[in-house]
Design a protein around this ligand. Structure first.
Ligand SMILES: Cc1ncc(C[n+]2csc(CCOP(=O)(O)OP(=O)(O)O)c2C)c(N)n1
Length: 555
């Protein structure tokens, strides 16, 4: 590797690059050093940006993913070329498909060896193209300010997602051009809604007999929860929220119908059956395919978002209002007339009763409903729960009642296992004063549990509940539902208490249902990483399927 040269500008291109990251307000870079990113790593040593050395690049990408989702600012992850970059892929794709802003950076071999068979060289720009909004290589030092500015702007603009930068080592080590400096940051602002479209939407909503709001993750991204609540209250329209929009209206609000998105027909689906107008606010169909809630394509859809609607035969718009969500909602609310909704209370009641029914259930292994009930009790309204992906996610989505946006993080676009534990680290970095809980299956836990060491090294404190069933629980559920039998989903687990202790973390095993809540409370008092092994009774999964199969709508 050629020695870095500072040139007439007094800095290397890698130093200019890091200056550009600082200009973007980057606080953390999550990653693993390697030979081809040495220049960037070295430049970071003189920067206030904190480099978080992780134990697997996938962990770094998930950390950047959750950091991006929670803060609305791109999370940044860094890897070396070849295998380092390929390890970033799953977490990076998760961010991109969950519409979380993320910037991925990978070192690359020198441009002088990229044209031929060469150690660890892979075309990284092509690799990241299908999982990003922008994938580029820095081919000359002078493009650095533009590349970095564009990467952050693209990652953050609606709909947010991934920007990937490949940084060849010879360019990184080359002198920065004289006078080169970061470009001024400008945040893209969503358009102002068109008055004609606002008037059309207000008319459709005023004429509706049974309107319902489907609030999606765009409401959370647009920081438009207060406007959503104002809109629902003024027009008296019930609100269902997607998994990723949890908390955009507090569950305790009389107009909240809870969460939609379970493939099965749930109580809240009853609200959709009756609806003649569905007001989709910041809705991403990656979360909930329209054919599942709009099979007959017979309802009027009002689409409110900063970006135009995706095309789908079951999502044909009556009217689409493209603009800043909060402004759009306020303007429509001013013009529309309120709806007469009296049936909301009945639906809410059914959902509340289901949870109450299991609040004191002492069966062991513990029923999912009881675990969710006690989990909710252990956390405050501002605390953060990060769910992994599996059957436990379905229970979190259905029954965990979030009071505020971004307090229950679920991956429901790409839906990759392994997000919860690294996600908890990122949440704690972003919000050190809030309690953070990772909820994970036993399989997803072991996919990224190496990051326990990273957390301990950084003195982070959070709790992980491992729903222990020694199976790929969600897949077994699907097998039984579709084929009436299951197989190839069983495995054995390590002793999670000893496993936690071997890292220097704490571990507890819950032995009765009544121990769960006190154990969680104690775990949060411990102020370190605590793994809680929670044996779960997943026979409730098929019981739920049967119950929902026979569901008679209460309205
Ligand atoms: C990386 C990844 N691999 C596979 C899947 C498919 N998948 C979804 S849920 C699941 C089982 C999860 O098992 P576990 O983590 O134990 O959670 P449980 O379902 O038991 O609650 C699998 C294999 C996925 N979503 N992501």
């Amino acid at each position: 590797m050629a020695e870095p040269s500072k040139g007439p500008g007094g800095k290397t291109t890698a130093q200019l690059f890091v200056e550009c990251l600082e200009n973007e307000g980057v606080e953390f870079v999550f990653g693993i050093p390697g030979e081809e990113n040495l220049h960037v790593m070295d430049a970071l040593r003189d920067s206030p940006i904190k480099f978080v050395t992780v134990r697997h690049e996938q962990g770094a990408a998930f950390m950047a993913d959750v950091y991006g989702r929670l803060t609305g600012r791109p999370g940044v992850c860094l890897a070396t070329l070849g295998p380092g970059a390929t390890n970033l892929v799953t977490g990076f794709a998760d961010a991109n498909m969950d519409y979380a802003p993320i910037v991925g950076i990978a070192g690359q071999g020198a441009t002088t060896r990229k044209h031929k068979e060469s150690h660890q060289i892979l075309d990284l720009v092509s690799l990241f193209e299908p999982i990003s909004k922008y994938s580029v290589e820095i081919v000359e030092p002078e493009v650095v300010p533009e590349v970095v500015r564009k990467a952050f702007k693209d990652a953050q603009a609606e709909k947010p997602g991934g920007a990937f930068i490949s940084f060849p080592e010879n360019v990184a080590g080359a002198p920065a051009p004289e006078g080169a400096k970061p470009l001024k940051r400008q945040s893209p602002t969503p358009p102002y809604p068109s008055p004609e479209k606002v008037a059309q939407a207000a008319k459709v909503i005023s004429e509706a007999k049974y309107p319902i709001i489907m609030a999606g993750n765009g409401v959370v991204r647009g920081r438009a929860s207060d406007a959503l609540v104002r809109f629902a209250e003024k027009l008296n329209i019930p609100v269902a929220q997607t998994f990723m929009a949890k908390g955009c209206i507090p569950f305790s609000h009389p107009l909240s119908l809870g969460t939609v998105g379970l493939q099965a027909h749930d109580f809240v689906g009853c609200g959709f059956d009756r609806a003649d107008v569905v007001v989709c606010v910041g809705f991403d169909m990656v979360e909930y395919q329209p054919s599942l809630w709009h099979a007959k394509a017979d309802k009027k859809i009002v689409h409110i978002a900063p970006t135009y609607a995706e095309v789908d035969a079951h999502y044909i718009l009556e009217v689409g209002v493209i603009g800043d969500i909060a402004q759009t909602l306020d303007q429509i609310a001013e013009q529309a007339t309120p709806n007469d909704a009296s049936r909301v209370a009945t639906l809410r009641q059914a959902i509340v009763e289901e949870l109450a029914e299991f609040a004191a259930d002492t069966a062991f292994p513990i029923k999912p409903q009881r675990i969710i009930h006690d989990t909710r009790k252990a956390l405050g309204d501002d605390d953060i729960l990060i769910s992994d992906v599996g059957a436990h996610k379905m229970w979190v989505a259905r029954l965990y009642h979030a009071a505020r946006p971004n307090t229950c993080i679920i991956s429901n676009g790409f839906a990759s296992m392994g997000i919860a534990l690294p996600g908890a680290l990122a949440a704690k970095f972003a919000f050190p004063d809030r309690k953070v809980l990772a909820v994970t299956g036993d399989a997803g836990f072991l996919m990224n549990s190496q990051e326990i060491e990273t957390a301990l090294r950084h003195d982070l404190a959070f709790v992980v509940t491992v729903w222990n069933d020694s199976e790929y629980g969600l897949i077994k559920w699907h097998q039984e539902r579709r084929f009436g039998r299951s197989g190839d989903v069983e495995f054995s687990n390590p002793d999670f208490v000893k496993y936690a202790e071997s890292f220097g973390a704490k571990g507890y095993r819950v032995e009765t249902a009544d121990e769960l809540l006190p154990t969680l409370e104690r775990a949060f008092r411990d102020e370190t990483v605590v793994i809680v092994d929670v044996p779960v009774d997943y026979s409730e999964n098929m019981r739920l399927t049967e119950k929902l199969g026979h569901l008679v709508c209460p309205i």
